[in-house]
Design a protein around this ligand. Structure first.
Ligand code: G6P
Length: 368
């Protein structure tokens, strides 16, 4: 086992650091020389895909957060109305799903009981079912009409890291694939997006090279009872994921909120003892996140900001800041989540917790 971890103390850290290579592998597999997206393993014809009028995503845990980002990609690039459900809710709410609805199951393990039940329910309603799985020999892959291989490589750490970013990247490619079928984006536009995607591995490397900065955050806030994570638009799911990662392995209570919801409740919790992780890269909603940061500051909360390189306003307001390289809005969740994975990992280490085997959690939940 120690050999497999290589120079890393834990699988989770190894898997976090593998992300640049996972991205390179996915990019190479998904983009062909002619500027087209390809999914050779997906056995679903363009005819069938061209008739999809609506997408319903069903998934659990970290894969549910990935689904929330996927919705934004499918709506932006393929212009297909998309809903996202927790698998455990989807299977019991008799979802309205008809002939032109495609149900997408997202699952790292391909064995999550609720997600499996959801896709079987969808099939009984005669919907097409496509799943995004990291295990192509899994039950969910087998029971779907077609599957897409996440290609993250085996994920051992219970807290999902590289499978999450692989889910985002593959869904982004799939949304571009669908946009091609539906003649929504032109070749030149897709080429420009590809150019930006190609830069991601190096950008992630530059974040990982500064992991120590995040370790300092973890050391400083080791005693915090609660953490709040705030993000908007593409980074609202990042806030949810950052909070989930932290509580899963460090056992610090944490909640993620959409920045716009802050005033509707969470703001009541703010005092000088509470660290608030503000995910504020330069995007369309940057100004709104700056307002959130000012609201936290006015109440003496501790601000831990994730912002874009070159930004000066957020670092001025924040108690601590970590910068990520600039990227188009829709790619920021692939970068902002990396420091939050590191924060969870280092918080667990600093608190003496075992990150690869957190108490009460299982890698794959095969019971209801
Ligand atoms: C468990 C794991 C999580 C995972 C979730 C969904 O709770 O601990 O890391 O996100 O199941 O798993 P799946 O394999 O369906 O993505």
């Amino acid at each position: 086992e120690d050999l497999e971890k290589g120079p890393y103390d834990h699988f989770m850290l190894k898997e976090i650091f593998e992300q640049p290579d996972v991205f390179r592998r996915i990019i190479e597999a998904r983009m062909d020389e002619k500027g087209k997206v390809r999914f050779p393993e997906m056995e679903m014809s363009n005819d069938v895909l061209g008739r999809v009028g609506r997408i319903l995503i069903t998934s659990a845990g970290t894969s549910w957060h990935a689904g929330l980002v996927g919705k934004l990609y499918f709506e932006k690039f393929a212009r297909i109305a998309t809903d996202v459900d927790l698998s455990s809710e989807f299977r019991y709410r008799n979802p309205i799903a008809e002939g032109d609805t495609m149900v997408i199951g997202i699952s790292q393990s391909g064995e999550t009981a609720d997600t499996l039940a959801g896709i079987l329910e969808a099939k009984s309603k005669f919907c097409r079912v496509l799943s995004f799985v990291n295990r192509v020999d899994s039950t969910i892959a087998r029971d779907s009409d077609a599957f897409i291989n996440l290609m993250a490589g085996p994920e051992i750490g219970v807290a999902s890291t590289k499978a999450y970013t692989a889910q985002l990247l593959n869904m982004l490619f799939f949304s571009l694939y669908m946009s091609g079928i539906r003649w929504i984006t032109q070749k030149e536009e897709r080429e420009a997006i590809f150019e930006e995607i190609r830069k991601l591995p190096v950008k992630i490397e530059s974040i990982l090279a500064r992991a120590e900065e995040i370790r300092h955050w973890a050391r400083e806030y080791i005693g915090a009872r609660d953490f709040i994570f705030l993000g908007r638009y593409y980074n609202h799911p990042t806030a949810l994921e950052g909070a989930l990662k932290l509580k899963e392995i460090s056992y610090i209570h944490a909640s993620g909120y959409a920045g716009g919801e802050f005033k509707h409740g969470p703001i009541a919790l703010i005092d000088e003892n509470i660290p608030v992780v503000c995910i504020a890269p330069k995007t369309e909603v940057y100004d709104k996140m700056v307002s959130n940061i000012q609201e936290v500051k006015a109440r003496k909360g501790k601000i831990l900001a994730i912002c874009t390189e070159g930004d000066t306003m957020v670092p001025d307001l924040a108690d601590h800041y970590f910068h990520i390289p600039a990227a188009p809005d829709f790619l920021t969740p692939l970068l902002t989540v990396i420091p939050l994975q590191l924060l969870a990992y280092y918080a667990a280490i600093e608190r003496g917790c075992e990150p690869d085997q957190p108490r009460n959690l299982a890698k794959s939940v095969t019971v209801e």
